[in-house]
Write a protein that binds this ligand. Structure first.
Ligand code: BGC
Length: 751
């Protein structure tokens, strides 16, 4: 602490002399006192390598890291959580190293720290930016109370391929919505003041193209052209910079044949150059070293050289900066200005967090006890969980369930599972702590609820590091489930994926319900057709059969700590579902990648029978459920689409209006969506692009005129001139309840 005070005093002195911000003066002054090794140390991030509150490290590898820590050769640690542990390590950095520079503690707080929100894909289906921001704030509040400073979130990768397990971490397939959600999440994590004790630094990841892994296989090559990169992949990253995100993470994949970690184009030219990002970039786990197997670096020293020169400021767990950078600077392969720039960025974020003012400001045991897992946080995640549910089908108004005198069969291992809904990337979410669907439904007492498993989806305990052990042959519980179903009024079947079946390293080539669940569904259907299928999963699944046969389908994702309560409230109609899909649901895996904003092709297909058109011979092109789709217990009618003008110039606006009427019997919310088609351009243009939306709540019989203002910024895209610009010509405006909307008006943008 003494050292920090000294630094603060010297900064005050210098401040009176030079015309710079307080932060710049402080950082420059500190930098001027650092040795080369201390600078490189700031660029080094280690995973927690021993129990900091237990005995000292023992193995040689651990001892070496411990030495690094004590010598100021570590700038950040990840996966160390809890005030006691954070404090113990911070104490070493602050009190035992020469300059006492505090560590920055990072963790993957993706959808909650201990109180778990829905997985991000689910939350995106709420289209409720306020609720999403609130959810991130709950996560930040708990994480900061547990000593943390920095989350590796939000993941803003656009994803069109449900085979890729990490679709669960993102906001789906659309860049416009993805950008708004990125901003909401960053605001939620960072707030307006990063130094407040309920905010943490955010990290936009994975820069870039990670969501486009070929064939949905994680870490695979991403082959995207420049226009897809700028029009589809980049917008949420750019929005993150605009929202003031503190850090970026690069990615494992190659972009234009160059590993993103070594891409100067991405990190220097675009991010830090064109976009003016002044935070720092952390590598992904080991991604600097992975440039060797990529065939892009010949050895560790070469990898460190490429990464540092390309603008990767912090090395997560390759240990290559700490071991190689000194020699690389001495030999002139890496300029000292590269190191200084990286270190200034890192110190700048530490400064913003208030760590120089008080390195222990996030270490308050009392706050940790009061905040982590609080009732208030549980209530907040219940709210976002309800909003994330999407009603996919509801024939004959089977839902909401009647509250009295019914016998309800509840079937499925996942119905009585307190673990799966916590999902992957669960932070310090406690295993088996979620409210199960059984518990949620059982809190409604008017009906008789009979639970039977039906089939095991998986066996044993599950975790982040091993594959889930799926049951492919034990049907021994089928008969009991059939007999319970047969004697019930309604069957609620909870099927889907175990929490660790999606997420990093969880790519699938098959999107059917895992194991024997589809078979069980078809067997139960033979004895009772009154089935409500509740899906508990982390990605779009192939549920074509269910869509054709099952009367009611509810997409309930991995909803977090309050999953069972949220699902029960929706099934019983205490919450009228309002979610809309943010990823297209395919008819089968062969259609993937599938997304709503596709290009027309030269041979667009209207019918599968037309052989030489862009169609499949065995399945139609359309998905089972399009982007933006979701039902309510009430119904909404759209009428009277009007536009204020049929021609505009680039300075003018058009107001597009539609009348929305609640034509059903329940009060309900509808996400009214605006799509635009640019009919002709210097590049082939998508058939539709989301350009606006509004959530409207109406009483039965009530109508509202919904207006959208369309200005030139909504017509721009990254054109053949490599600029964001609009191009004169014809446009269609569509307004409706999902991306399949057909009603449109035409207008012309004049020269
Ligand atoms: C993931 C990142 C994550 C990091 C640290 C990597 O494997 O790709 O998203 O933040 O690990 O846990």
């Amino acid at each position: 602490m003494r050292k920090i005070l000294f630094l603060l005093i010297s900064f005050t002195f210098i401040f009176s002399c030079v015309d710079k911000s307080e932060k710049e003066i402080f950082v420059d002054d500190l930098l001027s006192k650092m040795t080369l090794d201390e600078k490189i140390g700031q660029m080094n991030q280690y995973n927690g390598f021993w129990d900091a509150t237990g005995p000292l490290p023992e193995g040689e590898w651990q001892k070496n890291r411990y030495r690094h820590l004590k010598n100021g050769l570590v700038g950040s640690m990840l996966n160390v959580t809890g005030v006691d542990k954070v404090r113990a390590l911070q104490k070493i950095a602050v009190e035992e190293t020469r300059l006492g520079i505090p560590l920055i503690f990072a963790f993957d707080v993706i959808h909650g720290y201990q109180t778990i929100s829905p997985i991000p894909l689910a939350e995106s289906a709420s289209w409720d930016l306020e609720a999403i921001e609130k959810s991130a704030r709950v996560a930040a509040t708990e994480a900061a109370a547990a000593g943390l400073n920095w989350t590796f979130a939000p993941m803003v990768d656009i994803s069109r391929d449900a085979r890729w397990g990490r679709v669960m971490e993102g906001a789906g397939e659309d860049p416009f919505l993805g950008s708004l959600i990125a901003k909401a999440r960053i605001k939620g994590f960072q707030g307006d003041d990063l130094s407040a004790v309920n905010t943490i630094a955010a990290c936009a990841k994975h820069f870039a193209s990670y969501g486009f892994a070929e064939a949905g296989r994680d870490y695979n090559t991403a082959d995207t052209n420049e226009y897809t990169l700028f029009n589809t992949i980049m917008p949420p990253f750019k929005a993150s910079v605009d929202a003031g995100v503190s850090t970026f993470m690069n990615s494992f994949n190659t972009v234009d044949e160059i590993p993103a970690t070594g891409s100067s184009f991405l990190q220097r030219d675009i991010l830090k150059g064109e976009w003016g990002f002044n935070g720092f970039v952390v590598s992904d786990w080991g991604s600097i070293g992975e440039m060797i197997p990529h065939g892009y670096a010949k050895d560790g020293a070469h990898a460190a050289e490429i990464a540092a020169n390309a603008g990767s400021d912090m090395d997560m767990e390759s240990s290559l900066y700490v071991s190689k950078l000194n020699e690389l600077v001495t030999s002139g392969k890496v300029e000292i200005s590269v190191i200084d720039d990286a270190v200034k960025r890192i110190l700048g974020v530490k400064y913003d967090l208030g760590l120089f003012e008080d390195p222990y400001k996030y270490c308050n045991e009392e706050r940790e006890r009061a905040v982590v897992g609080s009732k208030e946080n549980q209530d907040a995640v219940l709210d976002i969980a309800k909003k994330s549910i999407v009603l996919l089908k509801n024939q004959n108004q089977l839902l909401p369930l009647k509250k009295k005198n019914q016998t309800i069969a509840l079937i499925g291992q996942l119905a009585n599972d307190k673990n799966s809904s916590i999902g992957n990337w669960r932070g310090r979410g406690i295993s088996n702590s979620a409210v199960s669907v059984f518990e949620g439904l059982n809190s409604y007492k008017g009906n008789k609820l009979i639970y039977t498993k039906g089939v095991d989806v998986y066996y044993g305990d599950t975790n982040f590091f091993t594959r889930v052990d799926i049951n492919y042959d034990d049907r021994s519980e089928f008969n009991r489930a059939k007999s319970v179903a047969k004697s019930s009024d309604v069957v609620v079947m909870v099927l889907g994926e175990e929490g660790y079946q999606t997420g990093e390293g969880r790519s699938r080539t098959n999107l059917l319900l895992p194991g024997l669940q589809q078979e069980l569904l078809e067997e139960i259907y033979k004895v009772n057709k009154n089935i409500v299928l509740v899906l508990v999963n982390g990605r779009p699944l192939n549920i074509s059969w269910a869509d054709e046969n099952i009367p009611a389908i509810v997409e309930a994702w991995h909803l977090g700590s309050q999953a069972g309560n949220a699902i029960a409230q929706v099934l019983y109609g205490d919450y009228n579902p309002s979610g809309k899909l943010t990823m297209t649901f395919p008819r089968n895996v062969g259609q993937v990648p599938i997304y709503y904003n596709y290009k027309n092709t030269g041979r667009p297909s209207k019918s599968q029978k037309a052989v030489t058109t862009s169609a499949y011979s065995d399945v139609e092109n359309s998905p089972v459920y399009p982007f933006g789709y979701g039902l309510s217990y009430t119904s909404f009618d759209y009428s009277d689409l009007t536009i204020s003008s049929e021609t505009i110039n680039s300075e003018e606006n058009i107001i597009a209006s539609i009348t929305l009427t609640n034509s059903g019997e329940y009060k309900g919310k509808e996400v009214v969506q605006l799509y635009i088609r640019d009919l002709f351009g210097s590049l082939s243009r998508p058939l539709k692009e989301l350009k606006g939306f509004e959530m409207v709540e109406l009483e039965p019989g009530e109508s509202k005129i919904v207006n959208f203002t369309i200005d030139n910024s909504l017509l721009k895209y990254y054109t053949v001139n490599k600029k964001w610009e609009s191009e004169p010509g014809d446009f269609n405006i569509y307004i409706g309840g999902n991306s399949d909307v057909e009603m449109f008006k035409k207008f012309k943008l004049m020269d």
